[in-house]
Design a binder for this molecule. Structure first.
Ligand SMILES: [Zn+2]
Ligand SMILES: [Zn+2]
Ligand SMILES: [Zn+2]
Length: 221
């Protein structure tokens, strides 16, 4: 039997001692005949034995790998979400179009049909509010009809036409000013300043504050 040489077609397995066709031995460049000394069956059996005897160690290793991988992919998803959100805020403005707040910002459907629109886009009015919606805005070249609203104004507006918080009264009580961006101004012009109590400039806000303080002082006197 031709066990060696260039025309070798079969080989004896060192493990099970059976003669098998060369194809039954996996390739191994380090061996003189380019094949492993154990047949595939024996190799698989050894691997299975190894797995069975080291199950706990292997399971722990797999779990560690999965967790690390998951943390990494979660991190990637979060970074992607943040990037998309920042791009959206770069376009629609980083302050509430209603009260001027610069924190807890949302993108609002000016026409008040955000829920319906999201349902059209994502099939579920509740589920598409985050990343998918922001990705849609970016992917569609920041369409018109959307604006930045803070969480309070957004909630107050709900499915209605506009926020119903009396920001003037809130401001006189708290007096807070947040500068307006040029982007929020068209919206201000459209819905009017008096109803929503928006200040166009810092000077206006400061004057309103002075007035309120004077009024309070007169009342107290
Ligand atoms: Zn074998
Ligand atoms: Zn607001
Ligand atoms: Zn508001």
């Amino acid at each position: 039997m031709a066990d060696h040489g260039p025309f070798q077609t079969a080989k004896r397995c060192r493990k099970c001692d059976e003669v098998k066709p060369l194809a039954e031995f996996t390739r191994d460049r380090d061996k003189p005949d380019g094949r492993r000394n154990e047949c595939r069956d024996c190799k698989h059996a050894a691997a299975k034995l190894h797995r069975d005897t080291n199950r706990d160690v292997i399971n722990a290793k797999t779990a560690r790998w999965r967790k690390a991988h998951l943390d990494r992919s979660r991190g990637d998803a979060m970074r992607n979400y943040e990037r998309t959100r920042q791009a959206v805020l770069d376009h629609y403005g980083r302050q509430c179009a209603c009260c001027g707040s610069t924190t807890r910002l949302h993108i609002d459907h000016v026409n008040g049909d955000g829920g319906v629109h999201r349902e059209e886009l994502f099939g579920d009015s509740g589920g598409g509010g985050g990343g998918a919606f922001y990705r849609w805005l970016v992917g569609n070249g920041f369409p018109a009809g959307f604006q930045t609203l803070c969480e309070r104004c957004n909630r107050s507006k709900g499915r209605g036409e506009r926020c119903v918080i009396d920001h003037d009264r809130v401001r006189v009580a708290g007096v807070r000013y947040a500068p307006q961006t040029s982007r929020s101004k068209p919206w201000v012009a459209r819905f009017g300043r008096t109803h929503l109590g928006l200040f166009r400039t810092a000077e206006e806000a400061i004057a309103a504050r002075r007035e309120a303080e004077l009024r309070d002082a007169r009342k107290a006197a």
